[in-house]
Structures are given as C-alpha cells and as structure tokens.
Design a protein around this ligand. Structure first.
Ligand SMILES: Cc1ncc(COP(=O)(O)O)c(C=O)c1O
Length: 381
C-alpha cells in the first residue's frame, strides 16, 4: 500500500536528504529530478533492514537471482522471454552505457540519439569520447515519433551505435512495436549496434503496450540497459543490469573491466530482485496514482495555464511542457525559480533546440502538484 500522505506532505518531504530536496533553498518546490515523493515499497524496505540486521553488506558476489527475477518480471509484464544468463549487474544505467560504448566503439566513432532526450545521453557520449549524432524526434499529431528516414540516413552515413530511449524521457513516448521492428531491420542492414535504455518501462500506463527491444526479431546484437531505480524509487541504492541480446553479444562485452560487476551495490542488486518479484503490487498501485496525476495535471493546466501545451505521457511521471506561448525565453528555469519558487528542468538540457520547453515531475501527492502548478503560474506571470 502507498502510505497516506501526512496532513502536510511538504514539511515531511523537506526532511529528505536526496539531491531533489537539497539542491534548492527550502522555499523552492523541487519538481525537477526524476525521483518520486512516495514511500519506497514496504517489501524493499524490509529487504534493506534484513540485510543490514544480518550485517550482509559486503561486495556483490554472483547473483543468479537477478537474471531469474528479470526473466519472471519480463515474461509476466511484457511476454518477453529472456535468458537469465544474459543478464549482468552494473552499478547504474549511466555506467552501463559508458562501459558498453568503451568496448564497442573507439574514440571518434558516432553514437546516434534522438532529442529531446534524457540529459545524460549527451554526457555519457562525451565521457566515452564519442561523437554524438542527433536525429530529433518528429512532432506530429500531438505526439513525438522516431524519424525512421532520418535514422536510416544516419545509419548509412556510418553511425556505429544507436542509444535509443524507450520509453522516451522527457516526452513519455512508448515507441511502437512497428517502429522498433523497422529499427532492428535497419540496424541489421547497416551493422549498427542498438543499446536500448528501458529504465522507465515498468512505469508504462496500462492503456499502452511497451515492447522490449530484445523481444523484436533481429535484435540479437543489441543490449538493453535498465534498472528498478526509477520505477521503485530506489536510485540511491545503485544497481542496474545489462541484458545482452545473445550469447555472442554477451561475449562481445565480456572484456569490460571486472569492476563493472564489483562496483554494483549488494543492497541495490538484491533490492532490485525484491522489486521485480515481490513489489509488483506496489508498482501497480503507484501507476494508478501516477495515472491520476497525469490527468490532474491536464485539468490544472487547462484551468490555470491554458497557454501551456502538454501531451499526457504514455509512460512515467515526467511532463514535457511547451511554454512557447509565453514568448522566447532562454531561462524559464531561472524565472520559475526566482518568481514562482518552483524548480523544473530546462528544456535545453534535453537538446539545445528545446529552450521553450520545461520538464516537470508529477510523481507527488495531488496537493503538492496543485501547489506546483500554482507556482508555475506565478513564475510565468
Ligand atoms: C532514460 C534514463 N536513463 C537513465 C537514467 C538514470 O539512470 P541511472 O541513475 O541508473 O544512471 C534516467 C534518470 O532519470 C533516465 O531518465
């Protein structure tokens, strides 16, 4: 069960020590970083307490439970039959991406991305000293879709790797099976290796169908990188997985430093097992709350800020808001903080051409969301 919020959720939330609650002064309402305000699932809290009370906090050893947990969750949630032996632990999704880049590409090689996309896609590519090539999503019929023709041209031009975000942060799009099948055919034709960041997938709303990239035919050379960290709100526990599309793909990355395994937290890895196998009810309850919030935000914006363009996301708790009606502005972020006392993420963090957008996190209690939209109104006024 999700805990009932206290009568004043903000005073409780401000006691938290995570980045979300420490980055800005206490008079600023933080609605920026992708962290939920809800309590962590009781099953995960019990697992952590149990591990601590047994002083079982050493280095992570072999963890067959993780592959098995992924297999069970993926089969029941998405009918994806994955081989548990192809699942390996890694400290977080960012390290997974960078280490895969380092093994599969050499400095100067190009990685394709599709903006607007999660800020760190840019930093991971820099960290591995690779070139970034962007084929932006196409905005059509109020939705954002992959530009398949643009992607083919980029593949033809010699892109080595393609880092796809599915579901896509910040637009909340769940790429369709058809789009993914087209990508896998192109990747096969042009010899491009696909790395699919599926960290938001468990948060796909029940009216949508998420398709894991590795469940698509011809995806054997690809990798999925994911974690329980977003969906179960445990980013600080530091654990994620790489799922290889085949034994050959796993062998290809077997030259990664052994530290990739060793740096993973034992607490995080076992918490992920508990999340995937024992806290699915909590996930479903959380999704119902988020579903109410994504619609509440639509209502609030229609009432208070009808000029803001907002497409209800198909997955996760991030709202991509178009503020263009308020005029050209390079610093909505600063204005919203100084004038409205609300923190969001600036659109240009997801690609430089998105300066008229902001991203708002709505994974909170309804009263906090109402407060947030009122502060946005003040900030934009
Ligand atoms: C698409 C995407 N990938 C990865 C991450 C971060 O994952 P990690 O903390 O495991 O590196 C986020 C965080 O918001 C994200 O949205």
């Amino acid at each position: 069960m999700l805990k009932e919020p206290s009568s004043n959720p903000l005073s409780e939330l401000h006691k938290k020590t995570s980045s979300k609650w420490r980055r800005y002064p206490t008079d600023v309402l933080p609605m920026h970083v992708a962290e939920m305000d809800f309590d962590v699932a009781p099953q995960i809290r019990a697992e952590i307490i149990d591990r601590a009370s047994h002083s079982d906090l050493g280095y992570l050893g072999p963890i067959p439970e993780l592959g098995e947990a992924m297999k069970v969750f993926a089969a029941s949630r998405w009918e994806w039959q994955l081989d548990p032996n192809l699942v390996s632990p890694v400290v977080d999704v960012g390290v997974a991406a960078v280490e895969i880049f380092r093994v599969l590409a050499k400095p100067g090689d190009s990685v394709l991305i599709n903006s607007p996309v999660y800020t760190n896609f840019f930093t991971w590519i820099d960290e591995a000293k690779l070139n970034m090539l962007d084929v932006p999503l196409i905005k059509s019929n109020d939705n954002w879709t992959l530009d398949l023709a643009g992607i083919e041209s980029a593949f033809k031009a010699g892109v080595k790797l393609y880092l796809i975000c599915n579901p896509q942060n910040p637009v909340g799009r769940v790429h369709s099976k058809l789009e993914l099948a087209a990508i896998s055919n192109l990747a096969e034709r042009y010899g491009v290796i696909v790395i699919s960041d599926e960290i938001h997938a468990p948060l796909t709303y029940l009216d949508q169908t998420f398709t894991p990239y590795l469940s698509i035919p011809n995806s054997e050379t690809a990798y999925v990188i994911t974690s329980a960290s977003k969906s179960w709100n445990i980013a600080g526990l530091k654990a994620a997985v790489i799922v290889s599309g085949s034994k050959a793909a796993a062998t290809k990355i077997s030259t990664m430093p052994p530290a990739v395994h060793w740096r993973t937290s034992i607490m995080g890895a076992f918490a992920m097992v508990t999340a995937l196998t024992g806290a699915v009810d909590w996930l479903d309850e959380t999704l119902l709350e988020l579903d109410k919030n994504r619609k509440l935000l639509k209502t609030l914006l229609a009432e208070l800020l009808p000029e803001v363009e907002y497409q209800i996301p198909e997955s996760s708790y991030l709202a991509w808001l178009n503020l263009a009606a308020f005029g050209e502005n390079n610093s909505w972020h600063d204005q919203l903080i100084s004038q409205g006392k609300v923190a969001i993420v600036a659109g240009q963090d997801f690609g430089k051409q998105y300066k008229n957008y902001v991203r708002l996190n709505f994974a909170t209690y309804p009263e906090v969301l109402i407060e947030g939209v009122n502060r946005m109104k003040l900030g934009l006024g």
